[in-house]
Design a protein around this ligand. Structure first.
Ligand SMILES: NC(=O)c1ccc[n+]([C@@H]2O[C@H](COP(=O)([O-])OP(=O)(O)OC[C@H]3O[C@@H](n4cnc5c(N)ncnc54)[C@H](O)[C@@H]3O)[C@@H](O)[C@H]2O)c1
Length: 254
């Protein structure tokens, strides 16, 4: 399949690392002008450097997507620089381990603010832009945890389930001009996932446990998730809106 993103402006939140970095590289390989919005300047700079090394076009802006004023300033700056936004990937997200009793209220609020409110804040900035342009696509990066109740991570699960609801609501509200789709990745071997496995008492055992609970008996890769994002945003699948795609090694099919 020949995905063509030539001259398309693709804004990826959390593009500095992990799945967001892989998606940034892949969109750039397919001709897109990639804009990364991230909190971490070093990571964002590195991703932009990797894209430019391969002859691609990219830039970054520092913003906390949980903060309304920063999001408004981000979109103003991106539009001033690029003139349009064809694809928004709401990818930035954070994780916390704890059940309802263990999760402090301020942590609950923070998880919701980044994972769910952040996607809403970015979407409400981009929707009028895409409507004016006559088209655009929003991809929300949820999780397998949005589809099932994974033990001991209640705030994360709820925030990711919320993103599925946000996808469906915005898809209905803004069709036919804007398409809104959602990716539900399964645990993928991003640097942070690998680092958290290394911190376990028995890293090899912890990794094997994560692998063995999946029919595919392995973790995903950031590149596989990036390909799913590229596909969901592409014109090749222009009839898909409100779609929720699991790329989780069969975890939620069980
Ligand atoms: N890696 C996995 O196994 C996995 C599985 C399911 C879902 N996901 C989801 O995929 C997305 C990407 O995950 P990842 O593992 O690549 O993450 P990561 O932690 O490797 O990278 C996340 C990026 O988002 C940025 N970020 C965090 N908070 C931000 C904020 N408030 N504003 C702007 N940027 C912010 C970070 O600086 C970082 O560059 C997340 O939404 C995550 O929940 C990941």
């Amino acid at each position: 399949m020949n995905f063509n993103y030539l001259n398309k402006v693709v804004l990826i939140t959390g593009g500095g690392l992990g799945i967001g970095r892989a998606a940034s590289l892949l969109f750039a390989e397919h001709g897109a002008k990639v804009v990364i919005a991230d909190l971490n300047e070093k990571n964002a700079q590195e991703t932009v450097g990797l894209i430019k090394e391969k002859g691609g076009e990219a830039c970054y802006f520092i913003a906390d997507i949980a903060e309304k004023e920063q999001v408004e300033a981000l979109f103003k700056a991106v539009l001033e620089k690029c003139g349009r936004i064809d694809v928004l990937v709401n990818n930035a997200g954070i994780y916390y381990q704890g059940n309802a009793v263990e999760t402090p209220v301020d942590v609950w609020d923070k998880i919701m603010a980044v994972n769910l409110k952040g996607a809403y804040l970015c979407s409400r900035e981009v929707i009028p832009v895409m409507e004016k342009q006559g088209g655009g696509v929003i991809i929300n990066v949820s999780s397998e945890a949005g589809l099932v109740g994974i033990k001991g991570q209640v705030a994360y699960n709820v925030s990711k389930a919320g993103l599925i609801g946000l996808t469906r609501s915005m898809a209905v509200d803004h069709a036919p001009i804007i398409r809104v789709n959602c990716l539900c990745p399964g645990t993928s071997a991003t640097p942070l996932v690998e680092a958290s496995i290394r911190k376990e008492k028995d890293p090899a055992g912890a990794k094997m446990n994560l692998e063995q609970v999946r029919p595919m008996k392995r973790l995903g890769t950031p590149e596989e998730q990036a390909m799913a994002i590229l596909f969901l945003a592409s014109e090749e699948i222009a009839y898909a809106t409100g779609a929720i795609l699991s790329v989780d090694g069969g975890y939620t099919a069980q």
